[in-house]
Write a protein that binds this ligand. Structure first.
Ligand code: HEC
Length: 331
């Protein structure tokens, strides 16, 4: 089964536990519980967070927006050097975690690297987001990224405590910042068994993720985004619903995810509508992954059959292992 942000098919739980020292991570769990449970959720405005003008962060964005994955090691070195000089800088910590996450999530772009460096990236990403959660307590998105990593790692190694921690963090984001959090919930549950309550949660999160972004709930029989395009905004919590500076093809990537979700759910007409929603805006024409989406549309019946038969080994991939981030973030 493919996980969302990282793919670890060749790892065995016991071996990785030993190598990655997951037991040690668990020693710091109470810190995160604070983050997940402290304070009452309030609306969050991501645009008000931090300045991203440090050269090491600029270098991250240059590489990320250009989908220049080959630059990732240099980007990480630059951020690490800057962190050594400013150890508690919230932005450096935040982008360090993301750089490691990018490295991990698109691992398929450089498959020749040793397994041990994948484990190192996983550790860096998790510990980085844990530090970012402490240093950027008002950024309600951080528990989402952290929670997804914890949940997937916990599942991979059958670690109930880590799973519970991940879920608590995800629930925090959903309560504090639903426009962002419902999307995180899709990624948390969409690869779970199709007949499970967890998968039903992913589908419901998909619907909610649309509704919280619009001024009125969408028609669940025909969720056409066309009439709502002019509600796009760059201000406030709903800015994360639309294309913007950080994620110039967020809408296209989002609808691809929704198409995949409803394909896996066995809902052909809804899946087709979701994929076609990606084409609603002209920015689709300049999106480098439109071939990927067209292919999913053309092979919808075939992909749905593979998802819905009893053999889970033949399930198609959900987020592509070579574009899980740049899908939305590349220019
Ligand atoms: C479905 C589209 C989508 C995918 C896939 C995606 N992101 Fe994002 N990302 C967003 C959106 C939307 C935001 C919020 C932008 C905002 O807050 O203004 C965001 C925010 C971010 C930010 C913070 C930007 C800032 O300055 O606050 C970083 C860094 C980031 N994503 C990295 C990643 C990485 C790494 C991956 C892959 C693991 C990834 N993203 C996958 C859409 C996406």
């Amino acid at each position: 089964m493919s996980s969302v942000f990282w793919h670890a098919s060749s790892m065995t739980g016991a071996r990785v536990l030993a190598q990655a020292g997951l037991m040690k991570w668990q020693a710091v769990l109470p810190i995160l519980l604070l983050c997940a449970c402290d304070g009452s959720p309030s609306g969050s405005d991501p645009t008000s967070i931090g300045s991203a003008e440090h050269p090491a962060i600029v270098a991250f964005w240059d590489a990320f927006h250009a989908s220049d994955y080959a630059a990732i090691d240099g980007v990480i070195d630059g951020i690490s050097a800057a962190r050594a000089l400013s150890p508690d800088d919230p932005d450096l910590e935040f982008f360090s975690a993301h750089a490691h996450l990018w490295r991990l999530a698109e691992w398929a772009r450089a498959p020749e690297r040793p397994e041990a460096s994948q484990i190192a990236a996983l550790r860096e990403a998790v510990t980085g987001f844990r530090r970012a959660a402490q240093l950027r307590p008002d950024d309600a998105r951080v528990p989402c990224w952290l929670g997804l990593l914890e949940l997937q790692t916990g599942r991979q190694f059958a670690d109930p405590e880590l799973i519970a921690q991940g879920i608590a963090n995800l629930e925090y984001t959903t309560a504090a910042f639903p426009e962002f959090g419902h999307f995180c919930e899709i990624l948390a549950y969409w690869d779970q068994p199709r007949d499970s309550a967890d998968f039903a949660k992913a589908v419901e999160a998909g619907w909610k993720s649309i509704d919280v972004c619009l001024e009125a709930p969408i028609d669940r029989n025909d969720p056409n985004v066309g009439p709502y395009l002019d509600q796009a905004t760059q201000q406030g919590p709903r800015s994360v619903c639309w294309n913007g500076g950080a994620a110039p093809h967020n809408e296209e990537g989002y609808w691809l995810v929704m198409g995949d979700l409803f394909t896996r759910a066995g809902e052909a007409a809804l899946a087709r509508r979701m994929y076609n929603n990606a084409k609603a805006r002209d920015s689709y024409l300049g999106w480098q992954f439109k071939g990927l989406l067209e292919d999913r549309l053309q092979r919808l019946d075939e992909r749905m059959a593979a998802f819905t038969d009893t053999d889970t080994e033949n399930d198609p991939e959900l987020l592509p292992g070579n574009a899980g981030c740049v899908l939305c973030h590349a220019r």
